[in-house]
Ligand binder design. Sequence first.
Ligand code: 3PG
Length: 402
Amino acid sequence: MDILTLDDFDLKGKTVLLRVDLNVPIDHDTKEILGEYRIEEAAITIKALNSAKIVVISHQGRVGRKDFVGMNNHAKVLEKYCGKKVKYVQDVIGASAIEEIKNMNDDDIIMLDNLRLCAEENYEFSLEDSAKTIMVKRLAGLFDLFVLDSFPSAHRTHPSLVGFAQVLPTCAGKLIEKEVMQLQKILDVAKGPYTIVLGGSKVGDRLMAIKKLIDNKRADHILLTGIIANVFMRAQGRIKFPLNIKREDEHVANAHALIGEHPDIFSTPVDVAVNNNGSRTEIDVRDLQNDDEIFDVGQKTIEHYGKTISGSGTVFISGPAGYFEKDDFKTGTKALLEYVANSMATTIVSGGHLTTALKKYELSDKVDHISTAGGALVRYIAGEELPMIKSLEESAIKYRSK
Ligand code: 3PG
């Protein structure tokens, strides 16, 4: 991969637009930040940008979800890790954001508000069309350099991720350099059996990547938890009532086709923990009722998955097994992470929520690679060409000799 890095540019006196991914777990009630790992990593790139004028941009959550909040708390946490003032500007592409950027001095850092407050950022564009968006047209002219360091969203084509790279010299930040280098090293020597443990809630992303993982011989066993497990159990006919999730019929049909093509690869839970007025009750999947809320996997499932993890050559785990933020439902997430940490396999733990859990349970030192990315990493391991990497490569071709 040939991409430009910060070392290729003289940053002195430059105004730099830095796209990071500070999409972190948020407490649904208090709106507090629950995991700071991605913010901590972003600070490393900011420090490497020295005395440039730095404008930090990121999304947080998705519109309409409980983790869709502004970036004021993120700016405070970033300030802590940078050891420098980070000014939060409550605007994205409006007059006050533009005014603030124009008035910056060397060494200033500002953070604009949640990019997804801007309508365009909620759509994916072709690389060419992303450069024509109002966001890119309004902001690009204010900057000398675009630093792309948003590895967790490397699989997306929102304007802030691929648009600026079409019109500004663009290089990778420290996080992308680190992730790509370490992952390549791991994948070069990785050996089977390959076990993929997938949880979390982003079903569409997961389904797309699973097929690629299997086709590219990166998945001998796929152990499912979370909402993606429910979709597969529905496809197997083991959950008999609707899940009430978006695009349910399409997801269930895709899961059904995957199970049909690869009947031996997938494992789904045999038992689950349901929410019993805030406490944990474990039941067999066969006994699930229409109004049961599944908040975790059960003990038998944990043991079964644990055995497979322990016998693997490489384990990749992404997405929590349950609602681990609630004490009664952390059992599955914690136990599976412990199996991963204690296995002899090469291990990669990925995603905002799971890396937060890994730190909470003090297991970080026992895995080979902790990635800030979730869905993007699944696709990277599956061998997909990620639009962000493509943008970086194209920019290197355009600007390397200049
Ligand atoms: C992630 O956490 O996977 C990235 O921030 C991308 O978020 P998205 O799936 O909402 O685009």
